[in-house]
Write a protein that binds this ligand. Structure first.
Ligand SMILES: [Zn+2]
Length: 397
């Protein structure tokens, strides 16, 4: 079994013991409290689930800069993306400024229940100029049209650092009870299954033939024991397919087209950064924590628009020191049905060209499903089409 990232055992910051948790919740009611940002809440959920092992909380400014500039924690350990609790100055009252401990309230649940308790090691001002340099390093752009950049820019100028203890997993565990899993739970299940070699596949969409075959190619190439389908769960953007529909469609595909007991379908709660290459590194780090030995990184992994080159998120793995992490990536290219080869191929392995490929845009696929038209079986499994089509029929035209 692969080690957790940067430590012998996996440390989760969720307080597992129910009486300790009740005590902490009681203590939290008397602490100064603050409603944190959605991205800080997502970080707390990831820390709570063991995904960001061995971090024990939110980084201070010095560590944030070190991670941005040289991808290293104070300890020297590799780490690709700052994990911070950034707030607007006006939200900090005197109580917060002088407290050794504060309660972090969840912005994503009505009534803002306490999500975590944080020890306050430092409260630091971060100027817009410094934020811009961090943005350039982490996102490789400062274009305000980049959703991750704009969210970081608008996130305030105050950093609160310090260790945290996590009380719950926000809405992820209640809204996605069948799918949401912590890194600790996944690692334990992989261990119980006896998988030595586990490939992780990141997705936020239903899986079509191309994704199915990409996973199968990776499993075959790596001679792996199993596949972890790891869905990003989170608030929906317009046009997104709800997680329960995605989940049902993926379940059906796995049942019918994968060997038995070779696939785990799970999800994690995080706010996508769209940081392309840097985010791919983070994706690898937290899959190692979950017990995976390989991560499939396809074209434009974790990217958005045209901000990153198609293979930037793969190439960055060549530029970091080799001992940065134990997990390895599987480099994927676009996979597509080729009429000449009569199968799904990886574009780089097939001598044919776009005239021979079955290419359907996302817009076209949605259009066909809304009109109740069958997707070609070479593109999508009929069972999957049926589930997606039923969902689209419920939408107002
Ligand atoms: Zn071909």
């Amino acid at each position: 079994m692969i080690s957790p990232f940067g430590s012998e055992t996996l440390q989760s910051l969720y307080i597992d013991d129910s009486s300790l948790r009740a005590d902490l919740l009681k203590e939290a009611q008397n602490l100064p409290s603050i409603v944190i940002s959605s991205s800080a809440a997502a970080n707390a959920v990831m820390l709570g689930g063991g995904y960001f092992n061995p971090l024990n909380g939110f980084m201070n400014l010095h560590e944030t800069l070190r991670v941005s500039e040289s991808m290293q924690l104070e300890s020297g350990l590799f780490w690709p993306v700052p994990i911070i609790n950034m707030l607007h100055n006006q939200d900090l009252n005197e109580g917060i400024r002088s407290a050794p401990k504060i309660a972090l309230k969840d912005p994503n649940i009505e009534g803002n229940p306490v999500l975590a308790v944080q020890e306050v090691n430092s409260i630091e001002f971060i100027s817009n100029e410094v934020k811009k340099s961090i943005i350039n390093q982490v996102f490789s752009t400062e274009d305000p049209n980049h959703p991750g950049v704009v969210s970081f820019l608008n996130g305030g100028n105050t950093l609160i650092s310090g260790p945290i203890q996590v009380l719950n997993f926000s809405y992820f565990s209640s809204d996605f009870p069948k799918t949401f899993r912590t890194a600790t739970q996944i690692r334990t299940e992989i261990e119980n299954r006896g998988w030595e070699k586990t490939v992780a596949f990141q997705t936020r969409n239903p899986m079509h033939r191309a994704h199915e075959e990409l996973c199968k190619m990776a499993m075959k190439d790596l001679n792996s024991d199993g596949l972890l389908i790891h869905m990003l769960l989170g608030k929906l953007k317009k046009g997104d397919i709800p997680a329960d529909v995605r989940e049902t469609a993926i379940q059906k595909m796995v049942e019918n087209y994968f060997p038995e007991n070779k696939v785990m379908i799970t999800g994690y709660g995080f706010d996508m950064l769209y940081a392309g290459p840097r985010e791919a590194l983070l994706h690898a780090v937290f899959r190692q924590n979950a017990g995976c030995t390989n991560l499939i990184v396809g074209r434009d992994h974790a990217g958005v628009g045209d901000f990153y080159g198609a293979f930037d998120a793969q190439d960055i793995f060549d530029s970091i020191p080799e001992d940065s992490m134990q997990i390895k990536i599987f480099r994927g290219d676009h996979t597509v049905w080729c009429h000449q080869c009569e199968k799904v191929v990886m574009m780089r392995d097939c001598p044919h060209g776009s005239d021979d490929y079955l290419l359907l845009s996302g817009t076209r696929v949605r259009e066909m499903l809304s009109q109740g038209k069958e997707l070609p079986p070479e593109f999508a499994r009929p069972e999957v089409t049926k589930i997606l089509s039923a969902y689209y029929q419920t939408l107002p035209q």
